[in-house]
Design a protein around this ligand. Sequence first.
Ligand SMILES: [Zn+2]
Length: 326
Amino acid sequence: MLLHRIEGEETVAATPYTTGLNRIADGCYAWFEPPGSWGLANSGIVVAGDEVLVVDTQNDVPRARNLRNAVREVAGPREITTVVNTHADGDHWFGNLLFEEARIFATEEAAAQMRELRRDPRIIRKTAEAAPGPALRNFLTWRADMFDYTGWRPVFPTDTVSTSKSLTVGGIQVDLIPVGPAHTTGDVLVHVPEHGVVFAGDIVFHRTTPMVWTGPLSNVVAACELILSLDPAVVVSGHGSAAERTGIRDLCDYLTMVHEHASARFAAGDTSFEAFKSIDLGRYRLWAHGSRVFQAINAVYRELDPDGEQVPYHEVMETVLAHDAY
Ligand SMILES: [Zn+2]
């Protein structure tokens, strides 16, 4: 028994958060990469009929190979016919080269962003050396040590969606629900109604501070509310353990709190950095990577003043990473 209900409505996800394959429902598995910090993303596997669906393909070649082997373990000779990349961050699609035989879905926006290949992992060490600040340089060096791109090449989505689309995989319905711009410009949720499972990508960071690259925050909250409205038994987050309703509600509360603080400081004439310095994270201070709130605050400022000056990526990362232990 993986799930049990308490007080009627609340579902407690009892799926352990251990590296690798974890069964979450009939034929449905989450692949976890604890502790789920930078670049360590979750994947999903759904085995149905004689087909397999994979959601997100891991960040590097060895991790993608491990995921591929895990599919064989639970699905035997069944064919991987469908892959979904939930968005364009590398930790969710760099492993596509191990799944080339499948149709690979993403939103139009995400696919376009992937094709830009702004952060080519093959040159990550060079990028680290050229980083304009010490925090970003150290971080990229850590990433270069952490992930292995030997033999890597980009494999892009073969199919794009711009509105909700239902697929049939091995006889069961799989709904792709675009919800961006939110975490990035082109996020998509994957809903498997028959098993009550949502693979949320980075719309859901579970009990760890979310990164909101694009925003608006209200779209992330709306996407979370949409997930709740699907009444899933389990939500596989992009980073962190499997989530239940309470975890999604906490995330909404956190984003609402950040939005309120940033809006008030914007109205008072503070810079986004000043708003970052003055925020009281309250009970969310226990979530790892708390300094990511700086980018969420920037997203609110962008929403309130679209023509205002944007804090450039490397400056955001200098501030966020200077306060982060990875
Ligand atoms: Zn991610």
